[in-house]
Design a protein around this ligand. Structure first.
Ligand code: PLP
Length: 381
């Protein structure tokens, strides 16, 4: 029985902390990258909950604007998309075990075949299922993660010609160092990939869709764009590393906000938070925000991070806790319920994904994938 005082808003809306996701901005980033790499096409990478942005919502937006395909890492991510009604081609790029294959076929997910054995298993399952498997062949040209080594790729390509229940739609590789200042290893990988691809020309066979470029290579190695590029972090509006900033006009699509839940004045010398690592030198106003490393606001940023309150930046002081953090506002004022911006914002003051990464001593990818599901997402655009 509903009582008179039962809240009429969803529990997500009760939380003063939100991650606002601007889907229109992601669509614009997609177009910016598409223009840059044309005539190559773009397959945005949506693994790890679309780098924290929300797997299904981002996929739906991309489907609506006519993106030809998307990539994820795991079978479960592909299955989740299908269950939520996403119909577009989805390439699952990660490694797989044999018993997963029937699920790929059942849900029309594109499989990464990374060895002759796996390709044969896929072919056998497809024969039983009575429907062809869509496959991209994976060649390892110097990452040593998954894929057949470039120097023994020919047997895989040959085997793929004999598999009667497999449709080879693509062939790809992945760079280990496309986002650094030194591109020597990336160029070597590119050469190795081209040697493997020559197989098709030698035999006058049509070449499947060739792809290699992640964000770093999209920015730095135009020769690697081939038929398709695979942007992750760049699609979400950040550069892959400090040496390789986002030189295309992409913009971040997130605004992470919370609200002041406590205000106090701290006397000089009285330490704030666990470990008592910081204390004010003079009488200081300190507010408490209800977000912490348990939401993905990384503890490693303690002593470095800043937030925006009333359009001005203030330092996070003392250790970041699991669910709360303290911010020194000097002698300015802030009240309970006032908004504090943890990421995003407009103009000169905006806090960027790259800044959070540098505070945490990590890469932008990890900043985004760390913002976990305890933070409610709010969508616009
Ligand atoms: C994650 C991933 C990408 C995207 O990488 P970014 O650096 O985020 O652009 C592309 N291809 C593969 C195989 C990946 O695993």
């Amino acid at each position: 029985m509903a009582t008179l005082h039962e809240p009429t808003i969803a529990t997500d809306e009760l939380r003063p902390t939100h991650l606002e996701v601007d889907l229109a901005r992601l669509a614009e980033n997609y177009r910016v990258i598409a223009r840059h790499v044309a005539p190559a096409r773009v397959m945005p990478i949506l693994k790890a909950n679309a780098y924290g942005h929300g797997l299904v919502e981002v996929a739906r937006k991309l489907e609506a604007i006519g993106a030809p395909s998307i990539g994820v890492a795991y079978l479960e991510e592909g299955l989740h998309l299908r269950r939520q009604g996403i119909r577009m081609p989805v390439l699952v790029m990660g490694g797989l075990v044999g018993w997963q294959v029937p699920r790929f076929l059942e849900h029309d997910l594109t499989i990464t075949a990374s060895s002759v054995d796996k390709l044969r298993a896929i072919d056998e399952h497809a024969a039983v299922a009575g429907r062809p498997a869509k496959v991209h062949l994976k060649v390892d040209t110097g990452m040593e993660r998954i894929g057949v080594h470039w120097y023994s790729a020919e047997p895989l390509l040959e085997a793929s010609l004999r598999c009667r229940h497999v449709r080879v739609e693509g062939i790809f590789t992945h760079f280990a160092n496309a986002d650094g200042g030194d591109l020597a290893h990336a160029r070597l990988q590119l050469e190795r990939f081209q040697e493997v691809l020559a197989f098709y020309e030698r035999r006058s066979l049509p070449t499947p869709l060739r792809h290699a470029a992640n964000s770093g290579a999209i920015l730095q190695l135009p020769e690697s764009h081939f038929d398709l590029v695979r942007p992750g972090i760049l699609f979400y509006g950040a550069g892959p590393s400090p040496e390789t900033p986002a030189t295309l006009p992409v913009r971040q699509a997130l605004r992470w906000v919370t609200r002041v839940v406590y205000f106090k004045v701290v006397k000089p010398g009285n330490p704030v938070s666990y470990g008592s690592s910081w204390a004010p030198a003079e009488l200081t106003r300190v507010v408490t925000l209800p977000a912490g490393y348990g939401d993905g606001y990384m503890r490693a940023m303690s002593g470095k991070a800043e937030v925006i309150v009333h359009g001005k930046r203030y330092p996070v002081v003392g250790r970041i806790c699991m669910d709360q953090m303290m911010v020194s506002i000097g002698w300015d004022s802030a009240h309970n319920g006032d908004e504090a911006v943890l990421l995003g914002g407009e103009g000169d003051h905006a806090i960027t994904i790259e800044e959070l990464a540098s505070w945490a001593g990590t890469i932008p990818h990890e900043v985004l994938t760390s913002i976990n599901t305890r933070v409610p997402r709010v969508y616009r655009g």
